[in-house]
Design a protein around this ligand. Structure first.
Ligand code: PLP
Length: 354
């Protein structure tokens, strides 16, 4: 039976990407060798890294604008601390919009003063704070563009003199933005780009080199830039598969084309959540995420019936995060509109039964 994978991460990838990636594991570029058993310094793999970095900047429209793309390790969770290590001299601002922002704040506090410019903790992060003021003199302002767990998404980004840092783990490459408003973007690959194991960092070079502390080589963005993202052995499989996904996206028509599909998917599920009395949306309407739709059953007694119907329809990964409960439909780039249609059909069937 066809499976519809709504997993929040690691997430669904395009079938053609999985096919090409598995072929390369057996025989990379008809070399008779596996992608994962050759030197990362070989001509063939260096070309992969170069292409992945180049495609990243091209898709984000950041080529020749002073940015560098890096494929590092340690996940977005390591970026929480590397960001502060490289940029925090005295004081940084953080907008606290959920679990991941909270974790980023905890790490930054190891390196300097952290000002929480706004927080939605008072309502268990079901909205995006607005109308907050950003103090002057920050080393940077840190945002989380999409809150994977709570299903909220920033639609507007604050204007500030400070460098803007953004954790885009769960919505990078999903919607058109002026990416040049950000000075540093990071994203774990496994939400919208590839398998776990690599973290994309896109950084404007001129914000680096301004802190007085010594930075260990592996945590120093400048070291990775100077080595073309090959300071040490890169996670070759994760980088290759990410490159394939970026090629898939480019062939589809880039971010503009995928945004249109993502909008359709989001409209479909949210209209069902709003019209179907059996369900209640979790996030405030104006802050709803196009990537992760969070919702609950109005009557929890329907849970067993609904869960059984989901299994029968081949729907995977719909359980909400333990800190929110309920359900979460993650609709990353590779999830088809058809799969959202299958879910919506199950939801309306539950209304008829319930
Ligand atoms: C998943 C996620 C993270 C954590 O990513 P890891 O790569 O597992 O460290 C951080 N931020 C956001 C927004 C996420 O969705």
């Amino acid at each position: 039976m066809k499976k519809h994978n709504f997993s929040a991460g690691p997430c669904i990838l395009p079938k053609e990407v999985l096919l090409k990636a598995s072929e390369a594991v057996m025989d990379f570029n008809s070399s008779g060798l596996s992608l994962i058993e050759i030197s990362h310094r070989s001509k063939d793999f260096v070309a992969v890294m170069d292409r992945a970095r180049d495609l990243t900047l091209e898709l984000l429209d950041l080529k020749d604008k002073g940015y560098q793309a890096l494929f590092l390790q340690g996940g977005a969770s390591t970026s929480f601390l590397i960001t502060a290590y490289n940029l925090l001299e005295k004081k940084a601002g953080y907008l606290n919009t959920g679990t991941w922002s909270t974790k980023a704040i905890k790490e930054a506090k190891l390196f300097g003063e952290v000002v929480e410019v706004g927080s939605s903790k008072d309502e268990n992060f079901n909205y995006i704070p607005k109308g907050y003021t950003v103090p002057k003199g920050l080393d940077y302002l840190h945002l989380t563009s999409n809150n994977t767990i709570f299903g909220t998404q920033l639609k507007k980004f604050p204007k500030t003199d400070a460098p803007l840092v953004c954790d885009m783990s769960s919505d990078i490459f999903s919607r058109q933005l002026d990416f040049s408003q950000f000075d540093l973007i990071y994203a774990g690959a496994q939400k919208n780009m590839g398998p776990a194991g690599t973290t994309l960092v896109v950084v404007k070079e001129d914000i680096l080199g301004k802190v007085s502390r010594a930075i260990p080589s592996m945590l120093d963005y400048k070291v990775h830039i100077s080595k073309d993202s090959m300071f040490n052995t890169p996670p070759v499989f994760a980088v290759y598969t990410s490159m394939l996904t970026l090629e898939w996206l480019q062939n589809l028509g880039g971010i503009e084309a995928i945004e249109e599909i993502n909008d359709k998917k989001a409209r479909l599920i949210y209209s069902e959540i709003d019209l179907n009395p059996v369900f209640e949306g979790y996030a405030k309407k104006e802050d709803r995420s196009n990537m992760n739709a969070t919702f609950n059953l109005a009557d929890p007694k329907l849970k067993d019936v609904f869960d059984q119907m989901l299994v029968e329809a081949g729907i995977n990964g719909l359980n909400g995060h333990r800190s929110v409960g309920g359900y979460r439909a993650s609709m990353y780039n590779a999830l088809s509109l058809e799969s959202v249609g299958v879910l919506v059909d199950v939801m309306s069937e539950l209304e008829r039964k319930g």
